[in-house]
Design a protein around this ligand. Sequence first.
Ligand code: ADP
Ligand code: ASP
Ligand code: MG
Length: 440
Amino acid sequence: MLKVCKFGGTSMANAENFGKVKSIITAENERKFVVVSAPGKRDKSDIKITDLLYKCYDDVISIGSCHDTFKLIRDRFTEIVKDLGLNFDIESVLDETEKGIDAEKTTPDFAASRGEYLSARVMAEYLGYTFVDAADLIRFDSNGNLNAVYTDDKIKTKLSGIENVVIPGFYGKDSFGKIKTFSRGGSDVTGSIIAKGVSADLYENWTDVSGFLVCDPRIVPEAQIIDTLSYSELRELSYMGASVLHAEAIFPLITSKIPINIRNTFRPQDKGTMIVPTEHGYNPDKVITGIAGKKNFSVISIEKSLMNNEVGFIRKVLSVVEHYGLCVEHVPSGIDTLSVILSSEELKNGVLDDVVREIRESVAPDYIHVIENVALIATVGHGMARRSGTASKIFTALAEANVNIKMIDQGSSEQNIIIGVAGSDYEKCIRTIYNAFFGA
Ligand code: ADP
Ligand code: ASP
Ligand code: MG
């Protein structure tokens, strides 16, 4: 049994947590490949190293040097090395890193990646494992997407024959050889890529919660742990905002069907959540698996009598959206109505007004209006397709809680029901759905 273990930000936050990581790794000699994140917050008021590194880049652009902000990073790593009692010249590595950040003025990626780089250097030293740089393994293509074939090949050649390796998460190199990062939380993706590359039997993702919970514990503190989740349920939940695992972390694992086990570094005795290939993930007794959501969407709602008879109507509306390079989140439709749901973030700086004007010109609707500050909430579960009454249970509970539903969309796979509510009802809506299915 070969395991790849990824440790997240809280697991790397200070020397004490490094100690917990070491006991987990040494408890089983199957844990041969370790992927680490940058140190996260030590407490609620702390700042993540990655956030400080983005600030370093901004400082370089605005005042020409990251020296002052980098001092905070320097102090964190120096303290960790000192508290671990390591005889490791971290100062030279930090000097070189600071120089590198000062010199890179085109993108923040190099700066942002250094938290993982430094964390992996220290962890390798502490475990007595070999450090292998992700820059030598992970490659992006000229469109910025992962070059999966090249990367897999590199991992196979560079890591074959070596065991007990520490690899920094979150970054690789682009096609010009420059450091490029994944999106935030991307060390989860690195873990998956390494697990596939070394043909691991299991990818353990160690974090600060005892598994994937039915919903965000910051909204429902008593949320139950999901024992088994399928790849596709995970995809729906993480895309819709369940931030425990990066939404793209399953892609590298799909063909080789490697399961992911979410575990808690601070409660290693808990068995956590198993995320398994979809065909192995169906539990017929469970109606819904999880609830997740995101805030800050805009709904452009279009009405036109006999819209359904007008050939090309939907295409014309979506062409306008495409013309502005916007990603469509959902397109719920009725006979004479069509709504387009978009992330409000992408509609800033006058884009929304331009899109509405062009839709007006393109399809001459009877009525067009925009609802802002909408939250989307997905209730996810394979079991839904085989049970009737799930939707009515959700809607009855929300009606009793006085939550006004602005939009409903159900995927054709019948494994999710997505509803739109006012942003101010977001937390209440999640709590209400949770109580309807999991409450006492
Ligand atoms: P790491 O730094 O280990 O990668 P993250 O902060 O990225 O950890 O993810 C873990 C956090 O995800 C938890 O502390 C929790 O607050 C949050 N979270 C959001 N939704 C969920 C969920 N459904 N289940 C578990 N944790 C969740
Ligand atoms: N350190 C990076 C971030 O904060 C990547 C990660 O933690 O996965 O987003
Ligand atoms: Mg994470």
